[in-house]
Design a binder for this molecule. Structure first.
Ligand SMILES: Nc1nc2c(ncn2[C@@H]2O[C@H](COP(=O)(O)OP(=O)(O)OP(=O)(O)O)[C@@H](O)[C@H]2O)c(=O)[nH]1
Ligand SMILES: [Mg+2]
Length: 471
């Protein structure tokens, strides 16, 4: 009796070791995080990446593909049952259907598993047959990474910092007036708290739409089923004294702490801590078009994002990760099909400079980082047009507003990225001399050859950096 149950548990022990052994050695899992601020191109990136990994005719930059080692790729049920599945099929049919259009805005966390059967490279190739490698892609809003900084801050510090940062922003005027007119020592009453939170949320949404990146707390922008709950019903207020019991200030403080422990921490615990590779998508062209302040803001946000990946920066997070860390981080400028290819090296140089600065600013030593410019779904073709006797490198596509075909010259990015980043850092209001135009193009109508995914620019290079070494 005793012996048999002992044997039983031994057998079970061996079985479960078997599971984890096969997971680790024979069926490795790569968890790829895809983060980016609103409208940076996450949904289009994931859709096109998956389509191009399934049909790899345009993925010659992925070494395993070039070497003919990928026998098959297929979608599988994802491992996490409580995370929504990334709606790959409908996004793909939006982009490549008979009336191609961009997918709707999403901003929710979602996941998809893609599995490969690939033969290993090098010495092992002759000895081992093909093995399975799983790629779990996790899509989440970049603002959630910025929330990490809240964990180190008290309500008073956070309030003070936020209020001084937004002081001169016209979009914040209404909220600021309301916050200043509030008696913090008055007894807490719910309508006042709700009005303040609503005004602050309106400000955050306006700021995000205007291109500001520092729009935290991130969940205010994407409340989901937390909408209206106390954990999202607070706002930064001009606190000067320690709070007293039962006051508005005390209740705001309590809710801020609840947001940290019940919203921020679970995200880092359940999603972030399991990520191996990360791509951060940045709409750098959009920011350049908006002007120096948006570029400066983007630079800061990249540093803040990177600091979430710096082990040791936050005691709670280091404890959670216990030495495990993200191995590679790619900062990718999206929508590069808005530029003629002759300008791509300049866009990449801007991204590289920003990444370097972000690393310095975050005091970063950890994962391998890289910068790249790409287009997940190429919507334009290139042509030269003469204008006042000079030949201008243009891109041509279908305009989003009126459906008409047009050629467009976006302006010339400087050779030296510091000509953009310098004025941005020094607080310039507008670019000197050059204006950078930006057109919104609709996705082009496609006829895909069998075996080809949708057209892209450097998506294969991005895939090689992110997962190539594991295939
Ligand atoms: N030309 C071009 N435009 C793109 C490309 N990728 C994204 N866009 C544009 O950027 C917009 C936003 O792309 P999404 O993939 O929906 O961005 P997102 O980050 O998922 O946005 P949210 O879900 O709102 O956070 C699209 O509607 C397109 O207008 C691209 O490769 N080329
Ligand atoms: Mg999206």
């Amino acid at each position: 009796m005793v012996i048999s149950s002992l044997a039983d548990s031994l057998v079970r022990g061996v079985e479960s070791i078997g599971d984890s052994v096969s997971e680790t050695f024979f069926e490795p899992v790569i968890r790829l995080g895809v983060a980016g601020l609103a409208r940076s191109g996450k949904t289009v990136f994931i859709t096109s990446l998956v389509a191009n990994l399934l049909d790899r005719g345009r993925m010659s930059g992925l070494v395993a593909q070039q070497e003919g080692r990928i026998n098959a790729a297929y979608l599988q049920p994802q491992p996490d049952d409580t995370v929504p599945r990334f709606d790959y099929e409908s996004h793909l049919s939006d982009l490549t259907g008979p009336q191609p259009h961009w997918p709707d805005s999403t901003r929710a966390v979602s996941e998809l598993r893609l599995s490969f059967k690939a033969r290993p490279a090098g010495l092992l190739a002759g000895l081992q047959g093909p093995r399975t490698v799983h790629l779990d892609i996790v899509d989440y809003p970049g603002e959630w990474l910025l929330d990490l900084a809240l964990l180190d801050k008290s309500y008073a510090d956070w309030s003070q910092e936020t209020l001084s940062r937004i002081e001169n922003r016209p979009a914040a005027a209404e909220f600021l007036a309301q916050a200043r007119g509030t008696d913090l020592t008055a007894e807490h009453d719910e309508p006042t708290a709700q009005a303040l939170a609503a005004a602050f949320t309106t400000y955050l949404n306006t700021a995000r739409d205007a291109g500001f990146y520092d729009c935290t707390p991130g969940r205010f922008l994407l409340p989901g089923d937390l909408a209206g709950s106390p954990v999202l019903t607070f706002a930064p207020l001009p606190v000067s004294d320690p709070s007293r019991r039962r006051t508005l200030q005390r209740e705001m403080e309590r809710r801020y702490e609840a947001y940290k422990s019940q919203v921020v921490k679970p995200f880092f615990r359940d999603h972030f801590s399991r990520i191996d590779r990360q791509v951060v998508l940045v709409d750098a062209l959009g920011a350049i078009h908006k002007g120096p302040q948006a570029v400066e803001d983007m630079r800061r946000a990249m540093g803040d994002i990177l600091s979430a990946f710096r082990p040791g920066r936050n005691a709670w997070l280091s404890q959670l990760l216990l030495g495990k860390r993200v191995e590679r981080i790619l900062f990718a400028a999206t929508k590069a099909d808005h530029l003629h290819h002759t300008q791509h090296p300049r866009l990449t140089a801007v991204m590289e400079a920003l990444t370097r600065e972000a690393r310095d600013r975050a005091g970063f030593a950890g994962a391998e980082t890289a910068a790249l410019s790409l287009a997940s779904l190429r919507a334009t073709t290139e042509e030269m047009r003469s204008h006042n006797g000079t030949e201008l490198p243009c891109v041509r596509g279908t305009l989003l507003d009126n459906g008409k075909q047009a050629a467009f010259y976006p302006g010339e990015l400087p050779d030296d990225p510091s000509h953009l980043l310098g004025p941005a850092r020094n607080g310039a209001e507008a670019w000197l001399g050059e204006d950078y135009g930006f057109m919104s193009f609709a996705p082009a109508q496609l006829t895909l050859r069998p075996g080809d995914g949708p057209p892209h620019i450097r998506l294969d290079r991005a895939a090689q950096f992110l997962i190539g070494d594991r295939l």
